[in-house]
Design a protein around this ligand. Structure first.
Ligand SMILES: Nc1nc2c(ncn2[C@@H]2O[C@H](COP(=O)(O)OP(=O)(O)OP(=O)(O)O)[C@@H](O)[C@H]2O)c(=O)[nH]1
Ligand SMILES: [Mg+2]
Length: 342
């Protein structure tokens, strides 16, 4: 027999998976700072860097400085090797601090040494625990890669490693931000970080709040185990146009490039009390039209009065073929979908 209070304790433990966001290197730490500014309740933030000044400049409470012995508080200037040695020295501490979380978002701008080295390193070591790592990569502007072979090598090596590992991988291409070219550069990154904020919030919401048709952390993990390389898709739109919601959400990712015919999908909708089965059907049909008949399709819905006329889509699309992101790096001019400012 299980006592009542015990059940409540277990329910609350099971219902509140803990989530962390971890900024790696300069761009990653800036992104975590922006997420904190926008507010991510219940999510713990960490900043990890080899650059002590950058680390101090973030308002993130939990800071981890790496590589003091060789780098003496400076960045690595693109040297992944030195960062990997530092990470190996600090491996126990890093894993000990991150493994208590159910999901750990790892954010880094690719092309430097610190973020590019730490991202696959931590993903690999967290995968060996029960923690689900979600690597989020910011892909440099094409011009940065064309003019710097070392940077390109760093980006490609990191992307290859992450794609081979499989699991969830979110890639946000700076090239997609060109439509904001007249904004100051830090504002452009803030636009991207606002989009990232909607991704983190949607995923946290998905696993923390019970749905009518249930999708939870276990569903997500099972789905990922069966799906190989996957990515996260989010979007919001007026309830009258479910097809447009799907179209917009998909075009904001790198999925334009390589939809595998065997893709799998986990689709979740949040909407107001006017969210009907018909809306769900239209969303799923639109998904099938874009993805083909997925090998695996799971879906869930949740009604929330505050959504009124808006529907929010959170989806995990799996079965992406490897080299999706790497190919996108070399596909000039096709990364033209907007990243929405929320
Ligand atoms: N500062 C900044 N850079 C960004 C951002 N998003 C992408 N980048 C790019 O991120 C890439 C990596 O730069 P950093 O994050 O400074 O590199 P790092 O990981 O700190 O590595 P090292 O300084 O070389 O040790 C570069 O190509 C930047 O152009 C952002 O939001 N802020
Ligand atoms: Mg740096």
């Amino acid at each position: 027999m299980t006592s009542g209070s015990n059940v409540e304790e277990w329910a609350s433990l099971a219902a509140t998976p803990s989530v962390a966001v971890v900024g790696l290197g300069g761009a990653g730490c800036e992104a975590v700072q922006d997420l904190l500014t926008l507010g991510i309740p219940g999510v713990q933030a960490f900043a990890v860097n080899t650059d002590a000044k950058q680390l101090l400049a973030t308002g993130v409470e939990r800071r981890i400085l790496l590589g003091q012995r060789e780098l003496r508080g400076r960045g690595s200037a693109g040297d992944r090797g030195v960062v990997l040695r530092a990470a190996e020295d600090a491996r126990e501490e890093l894993v000990r601090r991150l493994r208590p979380f159910e999901i750990v978002f790892l954010l880094a701008g690719l092309g430097g040494g610190t973020g590019s080295a730490l991202l696959p390193f931590l993903s690999r070591h967290l995968r060996a625990t029960d923690t689900l790592p979600v690597p989020v990569v910011f892909l440099p502007f094409h011009v940065e890669l064309e003019t710097n072979a070392g940077r390109r090598e760093n980006v490609e090596a990191t992307v290859d490693e992450l794609e081979q590992m499989g699991g969830l991988l979110v890639a946000l291409a700076n090239e997609k931000l060109r439509r904001f070219a007249t904004l100051p550069i830090h504002r452009v990154f803030q636009v991207r970080n606002a989009y990232l904020h909607s991704m983190v919030s949607s995923l946290v919401d998905l696993i923390e709040n019970p749905s009518q048709i249930s999708v939870d952390l276990s569903t997500l993990k099972r789905h990922l185990r069966l799906s190989g390389l996957s990515t996260l898709v989010v979007g919001e739109h007026h309830i009258s146009e479910p097809e447009r919601l799907v179209h917009q959400a998909l075009s904001e990712t790198l999925l334009d490039y390589h939809l595998s015919p065997s893709a799998s999908a986990l689709v979740h909708l949040d909407g107001g009390s006017n969210l009907t089965l018909q809306t769900l059907d239209r969303v799923l049909t639109a998904f099938r039209q874009r993805l083909g008949e997925p090998r695996q399709l799971a879906f869930g819905t949740r009604v929330r009065p505050e959504f009124r006329e808006v529907v929010r889509l959170t989806a995990v699309i799996g079965g992406l073929r490897s080299r999706t992101v790497r190919d996108a790096l070399t596909t000039r001019g096709r990364a033209n979908g907007p990243v929405p400012a929320r």
